[in-house]
Design a protein around this ligand. Structure first.
Ligand SMILES: NC(=O)C1=CN([C@@H]2O[C@H](COP(=O)(O)OP(=O)(O)OC[C@H]3O[C@@H](n4cnc5c(N)ncnc54)[C@H](OP(=O)(O)O)[C@@H]3O)[C@@H](O)[C@H]2O)C=CC1
Ligand SMILES: O=C(O)CCC(=O)C(=O)O
Length: 418
């Protein structure tokens, strides 16, 4: 993280910002700011050399008033109790923002999977799945991929759960490989919603995407697919980065070729389409039309925000801006389109996967992408309607107003709250 900002406090501040445009009592708002429960556990796992290593692991179930808890599992050395609490809260408001019938959850294991063999990662994952077993289920809590996890890990969790439960229940987890019940289009879904949000944002602001220059921070699942699909809209991707640094070409380059290079070498460094290599901070403050943070929380703090030159930021990552950055960018008239809308494609196609799993009836990719487009464009309309109706200070606040109203309505109308 770039500074000392606690992501859980950022989430609470975002809810407080929206409260100014809602007529709820402080008691109601307080209910919205804390997780219902957090599993904190340790996994003791045998390594390939016979030694035993202990890993900290978490699953936060933030709010289940709109449906089962839903959200990814992250493997990263930065994982902490407060990080999963924040990420699970963001899932609640994301699912409400795009109006899919889920609450929010999130989990993680504090380790860097790249330092371990595939068989060690499998044992760590299966050990976590055993800890998760009493909490998860297709009507209780449905995990999915996040940073450093994907189809492989989801398949292991499904297999462990189904073996222990002596059942077949593919809807217990989403983001699986298609052969294990995964949905067409899930791998690309997060980047696709970033592209759809970008397209709608440029249209709403009266800007031409075909003339836009684009920088993307983070070139994993979310960032690389977003870059590729925004490139397809006619925009010019001029800089991308990963944890090793950024590559830049002022004339632009093929986003797919950059991903191929990363897949082949493990890093963007040395990408032949670039004319220079830059630091990550240089990428964030480049003179581009569109900036897409697609790595981790707190990438842009107040200091960096003062130097951002992009006119539009579309958040592919969860929580990439600190609250101070939000204030600075709002004062500087930089339009920020929030994570809980822009990256909601992942959980939306996870929802479609869960529906398909429960019906044992699978859709073509075209249907998945059409339904996703409908969900994201409808949520975008809800956002701008509320932004204009409330005169909210920024798009994030307006999106939270929409989402919080839906969560409170579910709790009150459903008789969940006395
Ligand atoms: N996967 C999904 O479906 C969804 C993901 N998200 C969010 O999107 C973000 C990225 O997730 P995802 O793409 O899945 O994760 P990945 O693990 O696939 O990719 C993460 C990328 O971020 C890069 N990165 C890490 N630290 C830095 C840094 N300091 N500067 C620049 N790049 C950095 C990594 O670099 P390197 O490759 O060198 O490690 C990697 O390229 C997260 O916030 C996640 O929560 C949100 C919704 C759904
Ligand atoms: O696909 C999902 O269920 C959740 C994805 C996720 O973790 C996220 O949106 O941050």
């Amino acid at each position: 993280m770039s500074d000392e900002v606690n992501p859980f406090e950022s989430l609470q501040e975002q809810i407080d910002d929206a409260a100014a445009y809602l007529e709820y009592s402080t008691d109601v708002l307080e209910r919205l700011k804390h997780p219902e429960r957090v599993l904190e556990t340790t996994l003791s796992v045998e390594m390939d050399d016979g030694s035993v290593e202990v890993f900290e692991a978490f699953r936060s179930q933030f709010n289940g008033d709109r449906g089962p808890y839903k959200g990814g599992i992250r493997y990263h050395p930065q994982v902490s109790r407060d990080e999963v609490k924040a990420l699970s809260g963001w899932m609640v408001y994301k699912c409400a923002a795009v109006n899919i019938p889920y609450g929010g959850g999130k989990g993680g294991i504090k380790f860097d999977p790249r330092q371990y063999s595939a068989s060690e990662v499998e044992r760590i994952t299966r050990s976590f799945a055993k800890e998760l077993r009493p909490l998860i289920g297709e009507d209780r809590d449905i995990p999915a991929p996040d940073v450093n996890t994907g189809q492989r890990e989801m398949n292991w969790i499904k297999d462990t759960y189904e073996t222990l439960e002596n059942t077949t229940e593919p809807g217990v987890i989403t983001g699986k490989a298609p052969e294990s019940g995964g949905s067409a289009g899930r791998v690309e879904a997060t980047g696709r919603s970033v592209m759809l949000t970008t397209r709608e944002a440029f249209d709403y602001l009266g800007k031409d995407i075909e003339r836009a220059t684009v920088a993307v921070q983070g070139y994993g699942n979310a960032g690389s697919v977003a870059a590729k699909l925004i490139d397809d809209l006619g925009a010019n991707v001029v800089a991308v980065s990963d944890s090793s640094g950024a590559v830049h070409n002022p004339d632009g380059f093929d986003a797919r070729a950059a991903k191929d290079h990363k897949n082949e070498t493990g890093s963007l460094a040395g990408f032949e389409g670039a004319t220079e290599e830059l630091s990550n901070e240089e990428l964030l403050t480049m003179d581009v039309d569109l900036l897409i943070p697609a790595a981790l929380e707190n990438a842009i703090d107040g200091d960096i925000a003062n130097h951002v030159q992009a006119d539009i930021i579309v958040e592919a990552a969860n929580g990439p801006l600190t609250p101070r950055a939000d204030d600075v960018l709002s004062e500087r008239d930089v339009a920020v389109f929030p994570d809980i809308l822009a990256n909601a494609g992942g959980v939306t196609v996870s929802y479609f996967e869960w529906v398909q799993n429960r019906q044992r009836f699978y859709w073509e990719e075209e249907r998945v992408n059409d339904e996703l487009e409908r969900v994201i464009t409808t949520a975008f309309e809800d956002l701008v309607d509320t932004y204009e109706r409330t005169d909210a200070e920024d798009f994030r606040t307006a999106m939270y107003v929409v989402a919080i109203e839906r969560v409170v309505d579910a709790a009150e109308e459903g008789g969940i709250w006395p």
